[in-house]
Design a binder for this molecule. Sequence first.
Ligand SMILES: *[C@@H]1O[C@H](CO)[C@@H](O)[C@H](O)[C@H]1NC(C)=O
Length: 165
Amino acid sequence: MTYQTYLFIFLSVHLSCLGCLESTIIPFQVQSDIDKLKIDFNSSNSDVADGGPIFTEKLKSWTEVNERRILFSHIISLYLKMFESIDTSKAHIRNVHEYLLAKKSNLANDYKKINDIMELAKLPTSDLKIQRKAINELSPLLQKLDSPTGRSERRRRQNPRGCKC
Ligand SMILES: *[C@@H]1O[C@H](CO)[C@@H](O)[C@H](O)[C@H]1NC(C)=O
């Protein structure tokens, strides 16, 4: 598959769902710009469905609003990365790009959490110094695991303010 094919799969399947994030509707202008982008990328062609969607399946296991914000912050950063290699001289493409940039900045704190995970993924676990630190932190970590932010989690569940996700 070409890069363009990947890109229009991304766009067609998921861009229309970014508005779900805060239970808002995508602004009309942005929706119409996305529709133009879909035409640019032939994303109504049937082959777009081949192999299934990229993100939707994953979203299913991210049910809490705050969880979803973390995943969305990563997904949006992927879109922005794709836009780096798209010609943004056309107004509708530039508008969608700007909309995504705004979403990304709304999710800045969530994106920091993604960075935490990425940094941890790079941790040299065979390094003895790291191993000593890790063993030292093991007990407090396990204690936090069993009663982390339990109270605020419960409060949020009882009072899911305005979430229609
Ligand atoms: C979309 O389809 C047109 C006509 O078949 C083709 O010329 C163009 O390269 C296609 N664009 C993409 C991004 O696949």
